[in-house]
Design a protein around this ligand. Structure first.
Ligand SMILES: [Zn+2]
Length: 268
């Protein structure tokens, strides 16, 4: 146990010195009571800050959390965090509304300031690139206006939020596309815990895999229109597969890459 916890009065039951409690803290105060107190304050804070109009699903979820998010913004963030697939669908629908900027093509770049992806493993995002960014008030993932609290619709008739360049939903979608393994638990459930490659039961060590590998997306499909390209980072192209099946698949893919390189060298 980390030293110094006792003075916070959190861990005295682990054998430390019983802390000196203030006059307002009943010595029998349990963790549950403290939690209830924290939540009462959070609800009060949230209620004070809540505008007249607020997405009802988000509010309903916030109020049933073990720890109620104390601000509208955190309530929205917590909602999307719990629903990454919904966030992903929304982000792609918003991106479809924007389409690709005129003249944009998927390119890689080393210059961090350019905003271009350094590797084909990152999903292409034209509005993150300096040359095509729409500026404050527009989301750098989907290119659509960002409204109050990072919401994607102007429920408040207040116009774009000039301090924001991300939708809350697009933050979660972006994280999902870049690190799908973080959602392995949800993906396993979607597949009824069966290996996406062999259909056998998934082991604990199973891994998240792109059905069409990203090197092939870059090599063969890079001219596909944006945001259709994003589909390769998304659910239909993601599967959880057992480690042995993954190794076999990678070996086949490596073989195909070698063959393609050899063919290219022959033709050159
Ligand atoms: Zn967005």
């Amino acid at each position: 146990m980390a030293a110094g916890h006792e003075h916070l009065g959190l861990c005295w039951h682990h054998g430390g010195q019983k802390p000196q409690l203030g006059p307002n803290v009943h010595p029998m105060s349990t963790w549950q009571e403290r939690k209830a107190d924290i939540n009462r304050r959070a609800v009060a804070r949230l209620t004070r800050a809540l505008p007249k109009i607020f997405p009802p699903l988000v509010l309903a979820r916030a109020l049933t959390r073990p720890f109620v998010p104390p601000t509208p913004r955190l309530a929205i963030d917590s909602y999307w965090r719990a629903h990454p697939f919904r966030a992903d669908r929304l982000a792609r629908a918003l991106a479809a509304r924007s389409g690709a900027p005129a003249g944009w093509t998927w390119r890689l770049g080393d210059d961090r300031n350019s905003g271009m992806p350094a590797t084909f493993r990152s999903p292409p995002a034209p509005y993150r690139e300096r040359a095509y960014a729409r500026g404050p008030g527009f989301c750098c993932v989907c290119g659509q206006p960002v409204y109050r609290f990072g919401w994607h619709a102007d429920l408040w008739d207040a116009g774009p939020n000039k301090n924001a360049i991300w939708h809350c939903a697009c933050v979660i979608a972006w994280q999902f596309w870049n690190a799908p393994s973080e959602q392995a638990r949800l993906l396993r459930r979607l597949q009824a815990r069966r290996c996406g490659q062999t259909g056998s039961r998934l082991w604990k060590t199973a891994e998240v895999d792109h059905r069409v590998p990203l090197f092939r997306v870059w090599g063969e499909y890079r001219d596909a229109p944006w945001p259709v390209l994003l589909d390769y980072w998304d659910l239909p192209n993601l599967q959880v597969i057992n480690r042995d099946a993954h190794l076999a698949k990678c070996a086949t893919e490596a073989g195909a890459r070698r063959a393609a390189r050899a063919l290219a060298a022959e033709r050159a």
